[in-house]
Design a protein around this ligand. Structure first.
Ligand SMILES: Nc1ncnc2c1ncn2[C@@H]1O[C@H](COP(=O)(O)OP(=O)(O)OP(=O)(O)O)[C@@H](O)[C@H]1O
Ligand SMILES: [Mg+2]
Length: 874
């Protein structure tokens, strides 16, 4: 039902700046909302229509942009211009054929890349960003893009603020606003209005979209959404481009290498041909066609369709990559740091029992329940962290519900990962004030008075058994006050709450699989070392040393680097420690992945080469991650890594093909044009040859990859590619000149026949050599190519071979070939493949370089945060 008179508008509020100087109650009434009830669902839907989705970008695949990517090549432009010119000079049919072939190759690239964009779009749709909103008086979790002005939202540790909001209620709330203001220190938040003229960085009464809740919690009303927010205004200026990954940089450098080669070659051919008095137009078209033949036109399409196919396979296994290229980075991983809860353990933390350590008639459990940050609604826990939720919904807790209503919470000091504790101030029915502190035993016991020997032994025994233990302490206060950290002292230890989080049954297998593909797993946890060691032991992770946060503090980076290889457990570490360990490990050059889901994991996720998180993780963790697991499971991760390596291996096959036989063929065609009185192939034939060759190459992403290539990561090495090119290019050229001789002197070929023979022969050799180059093993016998690749390669050769005998021959400038030629062709292809196979053995015996990686490129923070507020299509 509509609410007349409560018409929503930010018209009365000129955006967040004005809301900040207005008292929160006035902001609420202007927005037609109330703190307790929020908006009605109908009203929210109406406003959603009026204001549009709360998003700053769209991740819809853009047809025209993809098309433009295909067309923007300067080489194509040159070729098309030359073809158009030749059309008017009189070589009409040639020009039309060139145009048609270029259109076909552009179409091929376009279809493949557009499909990849679509895959990326659907990946994006599967990653949900949610927030807690109050509508119709009830808390609900909705997609951030559905937020509208007037919505009441809850903010808690680790949230990314979902819109520009005016704060209504805070407890210890502080936000990291560096993304907007560059200020690295968290800003403390209050509810009071700020004076007129306050700068954006000092709007303490507001929280801004895209900033991160660094401490505490709060409640706020949404003032502006989407592109009207401060964040939205900045994000609007971002182009669609992402920063390059190492993989993309490698691809670009490789393309540049070929562009130089093509440039030099083309210019010299053109000049030479003109010098030997060939018609200028012929020479120009011929050299441009050669240039097109050399440049790996389809490389982007091959790469993106491999990545897209890989991402689809992975998403079926519930692994989502934020950007397609991250798959390749995943393949580089050699060391995996992982948290414990949910990865190595079942993750369904259950409260089992309490262990009292003092005589107290209220009991450990009731004090513990009073000291949580979540609320229970319809048997579901909302807010708080997993431990709090597990405690609140446990069966034992239901018996306490009635008793809890006697207490009033007067203050809360929220949990953070530096203290590892949470405290509340409560008043009971009789008016007695009690401070309750609950947290990691190490931290709480430090703040307790008179802790008995038995109490210390009890906690040690629980840890050794692998249980999660939380200590509860209390202190009576005489007057109510605002809680500060210094109040957490002189506590009486009441007892322990024991949680069970058993090792995951299938984790052991997954760990073995990771080990078999060369990945070392290490555990980084905020939990106690004894618990972590017990879990590792149960799962069969090889025993290694354990380091705690306290020990880390006493080590410099070099000492830490030296200690990491022998250490398997890092326990009781702070968020900063986690990031430091990852950073120090990365110095060794091995690819480092970090898997975690908490607020305390975000720094480390950013620091890693590949950050991995889970769908249920906190916003900041999900935001910092490159890869999202829909199920927290190490096994799928092993698949992901293997997939990354597979894609890399297949891309390299394409690259090596392009630099060896394809390159060699073009090179010899160019050389021959100088010695022959006619062009060895017409420009349109060269383009057709290239189009057919490229078509067969599109099947490479489906190819099988040899075991040994999956066992360890490989990296780009332009030096290696260059050496490969210098070795195999001339090898195939030598062979080509033999073919020329056979054509001219054995078959006495004229221009038409020569071109046809050379067309068929070069197509067959450059296409079929894939079976040698695709593996370091003996082709076919020791390494089977995929069926699509076999069909594509032989299919293309078949098409090419019969072309001169078809009715198209005349149009394309071919002459029919004698049968004897085909016998010679078979012999030549076999000899060529054998030659390359022999060359391959020599090459790999000499060239054993291990490819080295380069540093990781800078992180596009702002962009990835913008992806948080992105919608599919309107
Ligand atoms: N709600 C809570 N109340 C009190 N103490 C808590 C609470 N949550 C966590 N702690 C304490 O803080 C410690 C570290 O927190 P947390 O479990 O989030 O670390 P972590 O690094 O994420 O661990 P893991 O590797 O298991 O994910 C816990 O072991 C526990 O002792
Ligand atoms: Mg955690």
């Amino acid at each position: 039902m509509k609410q007349p008179g409560k018409s929503p508008s930010t018209a009365g509020l000129g955006g967040i700046i004005e809301a900040a100087v207005t008292e929160s109650s006035d902001v609420l009434s202007t927005l037609g909302s109330t703190a307790a009830e929020g908006l009605s669902t109908e009203e929210a839907l109406r406003r959603a229509d009026q204001y549009g989705p709360n998003s700053v970008s769209s991740h819809k695949a853009r047809l025209l942009l993809v098309l433009w990517h295909q067309l923007r090549s300067p080489l194509l432009a040159l070729l098309l211009t030359a073809a158009t010119a030749s059309y008017f000079v009189g070589q009409r049919s040639d020009a039309v054929i060139i145009g048609a072939i270029v259109a076909l190759s552009v179409g091929l690239g376009f279809v493949n890349e557009y499909r990849a964009e679509k895959a990326a779009e659907s990946l994006h749709d599967q990653i949900r960003h949610r927030c807690t909103v109050v509508r119709d008086g009830r808390a609900a979790s909705i997609d951030v893009t559905e937020l509208v002005p007037g919505d009441i939202v809850r903010l808690q540790l680790g949230d990314i603020v979902p819109a520009d909001v005016r704060l209504l209620e805070v407890s210890g709330l502080a936000c990291d606003e560096s993304i907007l203001t560059g200020e690295s220190l968290p800003v403390d938040k209050r509810v009071s209005a700020v004076p007129v003229g306050t700068a954006l960085a000092d709007l303490t009464g507001c929280a801004l979209m895209g900033t991160v809740v660094n401490a505490g919690s709060g409640r706020a009303v949404v003032v502006t959404t989407g592109g009207r927010t401060e964040f939205g205004k900045i994000a609007a200026g971002l182009s669609g481009h992402q920063l390059e990954t190492e993989f993309q940089r490698g691809l670009r450098r490789f393309s540049m290498l070929l562009v130089y080669v093509a440039g030099t070659l083309t210019t010299s051919i053109f000049v030479l041909n003109v010098v030997v008095h060939k018609p200028i137009m012929d020479a120009l078209l011929f050299s441009l066609a050669i240039a097109v033949g050399i440049t790996p036109q389809l490389l982007p399409a091959v790469v993106s369709s491999s990545l897209a196919a890989g991402s689809r396979r992975m998403s079926r296994r519930k692994v989502l990559v934020k950007r397609l290229v991250c798959i390749e980075d995943l393949g580089n991983v050699e060391v995996l740091f992982t948290d414990k809860t949910g990865t190595l353990t079942a993750g369904r933390v259950d409260y089992t029992r309490s262990v009292p350590t003092s005589l107290d008639d209220v009991g450990v459990l009731r004090w513990g329940l009073l000291c949580t940050e979540c609320t229970v609604q319809d048997g579901q826990a909302v807010g708080g962290n997993p431990l709090d939720r597990a405690l609140s919904v446990s069966t034992a807790a239901t018996a306490e519900h009635a008793a809890l209503t006697d207490y009033t919470q007067l203050g809360l000091l929220p949990f953070d990962h530096d203290r590892n504790m949470v405290s509340v101030l409560v008043r009971d029915g009789a008016g007695v004030l009690t401070l309750v502190t609950k947290g990691a035993p190490e931290s709480v016991l430090d703040r307790c008075v008179n802790v008995s020997r038995e109490a210390r032994d009890a906690v040690a025994a629980e840890f050794a058994a692998g249980n999660r233990v939380i200590a509860v302490g209390t202190r009576k206060l005489s007057v109510a006050k605002d809680l500060v950290v210094a109040d957490e002292r002189d506590l009486n230890l009441i007892g322990y709450l024991i949680f069970l989080d058993p090792p995951k049954p299938d984790a052991a297998d997954a760990l073995r699989r990771l080990a078999s593909i060369g990945i070392t797993v290490k555990v980084i946890t905020g939990d106690n070392p004894a618990v972590a060691i017990k879990v590792c032991h149960d799962l069969g992770i090889p025993d290694g040393a354990a380091l705690t946060g306290v020990q880390l503090a006493g080590m410099d980076d070099d000492a830490l680097a030296a200690a990491i290889p022998a250490t398997t457990v890092f326990a009781r570490v702070s968020p900063q420690d986690k990031a430091r360990i990852v950073r120090v490990q990365r110095r060794s050059g091995a690819g480092v992945a970090f898997l975690g889901d908490g607020v305390n994991d975000a720094l480390a996720l950013h620091a890693a080469d590949v950050g991995i998180s889970v769908d249920s993780a906190t916003d900041v963790a999900k935001d910092a991650a490159d890869v999202i697991l829909l199920e927290k499971n190490l096994d799928v991760l092993a698949d992901g890594v293997a997939e990354g390596r597979r894609i890399f291996a297949n891309t390299i096959k394409y690259v090596l093909m392009g630099t060896s036989s394809n390159f060699g063929n073009m090179f010899s065609a160019a050389g021959a044009s100088v010695f022959l009185s006619f062009l060895p192939m017409l420009p349109s034939q060269i383009l057709l040859n290239n189009l057919l060759y490229d078509t067969s190459q599109l099947a490479i992403p489906t190819d099988h990859v040899d075991e040994e290539q999956l066992r360890r990561p490989a990296h780009w090495d332009i030096g290696f590619i260059r050496r490969f090119m210098i070795f195999f290019g001339p090898l195939s050229s030598v062979f080509d000149f033999i073919t020329f001789g056979v054509m001219l002197w054995v078959f006495n070929a004229g221009p038409g026949e020569f071109r046809s023979g050379w067309f068929v022969e070069s197509l067959a050799t450059q296409t079929l050599v894939i079976f040698v180059i695709r593996t370091r093993r003996v082709p076919f016998f020791r390494s089977h190519p995929s069926l699509p690749l076999v069909l594509a390669a032989f299919g293309v050769v078949a098409v090419g071979s019969i072309l001169p005998a078809t009715s198209l021959a005349n149009t394309l400038g071919f002459s029919p070939l004698p049968l004897a030629f085909y016998a010679a062709l078979a012999a030549m292809v076999l000899a060529y493949v054998a030659l390359i196979e022999a060359g391959k053995r020599i090459f790999y015996r000499v060239d054993r370089t291990d490819i080295q990686r380069h540093g990781k490129s800078g992180r596009p923070f702002l962009r990835r945060r913008a992806a948080h507020f992105s919608h599919a299509a309107r």
